[in-house]
Ligand binder design. Structure first.
Ligand code: PXP
Length: 247
């Protein structure tokens, strides 16, 4: 029997557009409500250290108004830990963060920082947050994530999506093979498996079809597609493609 697949819609880039001008529009909270209405199972927002898109006020609003779960993406810093402990969102996803990057380029190096991260996530888990770690589909990272007591690993699909976009089909297939094997390993280690980064209508089907994957987090493509067809329609189409691949 196949298990259901949740869609988390990442609204960061609604805030990116808002911040390009300053002011209040477009409103990420309105986008979140619309995503909810269009069938999103959760909303994902990345509060970056430099606040380049999502702001603290956005997180306040999302926590106040959303009726679907919030997945708060953040770096493993003291400041972010305090914010997460204040809000206690449904989920916290730890991501690596570099100021000069345009987007989250790689996964977190859990294996290198096992001790620090184990101490970092313990109070979050105690506060009732589901702790997820965004990692490359690598065996040592998965094994380390399991050892530090994470509940979830989110596998980085960026390398697979980049290879597809650049027409490097052998690389794409190799990346998909890696995601397939590592999703199975993560589940065998007792971790819930999520995936995301760079997914589009074209790249989502084989990832959605992986039986261990329980949630996909998708943002940039959906917000871009919304310019042409509207957000509800873009999300509805993604949902349809995911469900078809799952079936
Ligand atoms: N998952 C994580 C952990 C991310 O950092 C991001 C990007 O912010 C996404 C999913 C969504 O990626 P994209 O915006 O490329 O769909």
């Amino acid at each position: 029997m196949t298990t259901s697949l949740r869609l988390g819609v990442n609204i960061d880039h609604v805030a990116t557009v808002r911040n390009a001008r300053g002011g209040d529009v477009p409103d990420p909270l309105r986008a979140a409500r619309m995503a909810e209405a269009a069938g999103a199972d959760g909303i994902t927002a990345h509060l970056r250290e430099d606040r380049r898109h999502i702001s603290d006020a956005d997180i306040d609003g999302l926590m106040r108004d959303l009726s679907v779960p919030l997945n708060l993406e953040m770096a493993a810093t003291d400041e972010m830990q305090a914010i997460a402990l204040r809000h206690r969102p449904h989920a916290v996803c730890l991501v690596p963060e570099r100021r000069e990057e345009r987007t989250t380029e790689g996964g977190l190096e859990v294996a290198r920082e096992e001790n620090r991260l184990a101490h970092f996530i313990a109070p979050l888990a105690e506060a009732g947050c589901r702790v997820s770690i965004f990692i490359a589909a690598d065996r040592p990272q998965i094994e380390a994530a399991a050892r530090i007591g994470a509940s979830v690993v989110e596998l980085h699909t960026g390398a697979y999506c980049d290879a597809h976009a650049e027409g490097r089909l052998a690389d794409r297939d190799a990346e998909l093979e890696r995601l397939t094997e590592m999703a199975a390993l993560a589940e065998a280690k007792g971790l819930e498996v999520h995936a995301g980064h760079g997914l589009t209508f074209e790249t989502v089907p084989p990832v959605a079809a992986l039986p261990q994957v329980r949630e996909l987090n998708i943002g940039h493509f959906l917000i871009g597609e919304a310019i042409f067809r509207g957000l509800e329609d873009a999300i509805g189409e993604m949902r349809r493609i995911m469900d078809a691949a799952r079936a």
